[in-house]
Ligand binder design. Structure first.
Ligand code: SAM
Length: 273
């Protein structure tokens, strides 16, 4: 069992998670690049992707910093780091190193990165403000700290499917057992409150059609958390199956479209000491 699995571990851990993260990284890659462009990541920079999972933004970071730079991917989950190792090997990302560690007690040198980044991490920790402080402590004075997180306001399905709304509600209530899946609404202000300067924000949504595999993301996430949902009394076995089956069926409709959740990107500068 990996570090983040089990009762107190990463809620989405499981066999389908590497593939879910791969598709997710592909969908949001242009936005990751747009943010790195806005930040002004330069060749030679030293960057950390905290909670990188199996892909994260290791590829875009690796390309931006080039052969003179370096990228460190940190994650608590051994199995996802193995996926990341296979990915960086296959893509020839020679400037990427991977390390197992917990962002709540990071085993990384302080004040050492030009950019410290985390995507889809803060809802999975009980104290996101403390994690943000840890990320800031890893950045050099004058370095950048960046976050990319969800805001579900835009997430919708057309033609309307009532079970879709119910499934999203169930997902939100399950994530609430640990954190706030909609934390993207707050990250701009969290970064300011944590003392970062010149805080910027960018947001993006995607439209999915033709049975795009990312349309199934909420179903894959729900399946990974099924036991946890049932144990917490949020849904019964039977209700879960009915809900998921109805959403799976709706996705089969070739005319079904989905507007994704909003990805909120926020970043700021660690003040010079
Ligand atoms: C939803 S995934 C996102 C992965 C990646 N950032 C991406 O954008 O594809 C969340 C990741 O955070 C990692 N994680 C959760 N809690 C963590 C912790 N306390 N320390 C380090 N990594 C953690 C999980 O193992 C998982 O890989």
């Amino acid at each position: 069992m990996s570090a983040t699995q089990g009762k107190d571990g990463y809620f989405l851990a499981g066999d389908d998670e590497p593939e879910r993260l791969r598709i997710q990284a592909q969908v949001w890659e242009p936005d990751a690049e747009a943010m790195l462009e806005r930040i002004g990541v330069m060749p030679g920079w030293s960057c950390a992707d905290i909670g990188c999972g199996g892909v994260g933004v290791l590829g875009p970071l690796s390309h931006y910093v080039g052969t003179s730079g370096r990228v460190l991917g940190l994650d608590a989950d051994r199995a996802l780091l193995d996926t990341a190792a296979a990915y960086t090997r296959a893509e020839g990302l020679h400037n990427v190193e991977l390390q197992q560690g917990d962002v709540r007690e990071p085993n990384l040198p302080r004040c050492s990165f030009d950019l410290v980044h985390a995507r889809f991490l803060l809802p999975h920790v009980e104290s996101p403000a403390a994690v943000l402080d840890n990320m800031i402590s890893l950045a050099k004075p004058g370095g950048t700290v960046a976050s990319q997180e969800n805001d579900h306001s835009s997430w919708s399905f057309y033609p309307h499917c009532p079970e879709w709304t119910e499934l999203l509600d169930l997902l939100e209530r399950t994530f609430a057992l640990r954190g706030d899946i909609n934390i993207g609404r707050r990250t701009f202000h969290m970064l300011k409150e944590a003392g970062l300067q010149d805080v910027r924000i960018r947001a993006s949504v995607h439209a999915l059609q033709n049975g795009h595999p990312y349309m199934r993301m909420p179903v894959i996430g729900a399946r990974a958390m099924r036991e946890r949902m049932i144990a917490a009394g949020l849904v019964t076995d039977r209700e879960f199956d009915t809900l998921v089956q109805a959403v799976e069926q709706a996705i089969q409709n070739p005319d079904q479209v989905q507007i994704t959740f909003t990805l909120v990107q926020a970043w700021g500068i660690r003040p010079a000491a």
